[in-house]
Design a protein around this ligand. Structure first.
Ligand SMILES: [Ca+2]
Ligand SMILES: [Ca+2]
Ligand SMILES: [Ca+2]
Length: 426
């Protein structure tokens, strides 16, 4: 399920359980046991708890009125994409740890109470999402789903959804999300920097039924090559994250090719993905920086007609490396942020220092449902005189999510930290 759908569902849930909170709290006090309360602040009007200043707040910059702190300094081995669970708590995929962890904040002090492992034995889990009572996990070469059958918080029932996902190659992360059509979409990056792929599932977004079967309206559902049957959209070199905009469009980001210098191609931040269409890579790219309305142009060494390629609608500087995305940040974030897109930029590793791209969280301003510009939201991980891959980096953002209470979480797949950003006032 899409993150935003969780929010609207959680808002209803939060309202429904609000009157139960007092009795739940009493149960917790009397029994001395851990009760996972819904995520509603206990702090005085109306703000969320702000922990004391720490190394993260000393180092990282946020816009005026916001504050950032560690939520945890160590979530585990290589945290990547995150999701807010049906219980309201933050869940994180540990790519190198092979596990999913939960970080509750039951005492609402703005700090994770601990790191609870809820699922282990996974192979390169990169993200997770709930659908119809199952936690779906995108592993390196398959999609699996898991259930907490006895409601103890541990996911002990496991099923393989599909193995029709290629593993390995230059891009080894896989990302899944459920669309508003109830279908399971899976992004698979390219095997290479720039090449003509032989496996139709590479540099593509695939589409399955929730049980892993092929939807009857997939464009290649009867193809003799069974690998091609889940193919939905292609020409996407490495769409590390994607989501659905309120107008129903599928928006994917995409990490552009290397080897074209520091400034080409612009990173495609919002690609309005269309099923049964090509999106340019490797032969074409979107050349405009920022808001784009032009067709794609040929990449060096190619002279294909780029007119059929679906261009990006919004781009940012080459080598920014957009990863996880979040659309929307509810109050107490100011209303101006409500509809905006937040993107974790991993930053550059192979640019010249003069053109080093910061590892940061970027805010793409959305007006009337469309991107109109972008600005830095959180920055400061990169060390002076280095790229983001340098040895002195403070870390490197991999994903950003917000919950219904207006808390933003940022995962850091280098330091292992999770940060929390809240709005504290003008
Ligand atoms: Ca806490
Ligand atoms: Ca269980
Ligand atoms: Ca493109």
């Amino acid at each position: 399920m899409k993150k935003r759908a969780f929010f609207s569902r959680f808002i209803s849930l939060a309202a429904a359980v609000f009157t139960l909170l007092v009795s739940l709290s009493q149960v917790q006090a009397a029994g001395g046991t851990t009760v996972y309360l819904p995520l509603i602040s206990k702090s005085p009007t109306p703000g969320l708890a702000l922990p004391p200043a720490d190394a993260a707040s000393a180092r990282l910059t946020v816009p005026s009125g916001f504050a950032i702190r560690y939520f945890t300094t160590n979530a585990g081995a290589r945290p990547r994409l995150m999701a807010i669970g049906p219980d309201g708590w933050l869940y994180v995929a540990l790519f190198d740890g092979g596990s999913i962890v939960r970080l509750p904040d039951a005492n609402h002090d703005g700090l994770a109470d601990g790191v609870q492992t809820v699922l282990t034995g996974l192979t390169y889990p990169h993200n997770l999402e709930w659908y119809a009572g199952w936690m779906y996990v995108a592993e390196g070469d398959k999609i699996t789903r898991h259930k907490d059958t006895n409601a103890d918080g541990i996911y002990e029932t496991h099923e393989t959804v599909t193995t029709n996902i290629p593993g390995g190659g230059a891009h080894i992360t896989r990302t899944l999300h459920f669309g508003p059509d109830g279908k399971l979409y899976v992004a698979v990056g390219s095997t290479c920097n720039a090449c003509d792929e032989t496996d139709p599932r590479r540099a593509a977004i695939l589409r399955f039924n929730p049980d892993g079967s092929i939807p009857s309206d997939n464009p290649f559902k009867n193809d003799a090559d069974t690998r091609k049957r889940p193919l939905w959209a292609w020409g996407l070199r490495n769409s590390v994250d994607f989501l659905w905009a309120p107008n129903g469009e599928l928006w994917a980001d995409h990490n552009g090719s290397d080897g074209m210098g520091d400034n080409l191609p612009p990173e495609e931040i919002i690609i309005p993905v269309q099923g049964n269409h090509w999106h340019g890579w490797p032969a074409c790219y979107t050349a405009t920086l920022g808001v784009n309305t032009s067709p794609e142009v040929p990449a060096p060494g190619y002279n294909l007609d780029c007119a059929p390629a679906i261009p990006a609608r919004f781009t940012d500087l080459a080598h920014s490396a957009p990863l996880g995305m979040q659309l929307g940040a509810p109050a107490p974030f100011p209303a101006a942020y409500k509809d905006d897109l937040f993107v974790a930029f991993h930053g550059s590793w192979n640019t010249t220092l003069a053109n080093a791209r910061d590892c940061k969280v970027q805010r793409v301003l959305i007006d009337n449902g469309q991107p109109v510009g972008s600005q830095t939201f959180v920055n400061g991980w990169r060390a002076a005189g280095e790229t983001c891959a340098g040895p002195n980096a403070f870390g490197r953002p991999a994903d950003v999510v917000t919950n219904a209470a207006g808390e933003m979480f940022i995962s850091d797949d280098v330091s292992g930290a999770i940060y929390r950003v809240i709005y504290v006032g003008p």
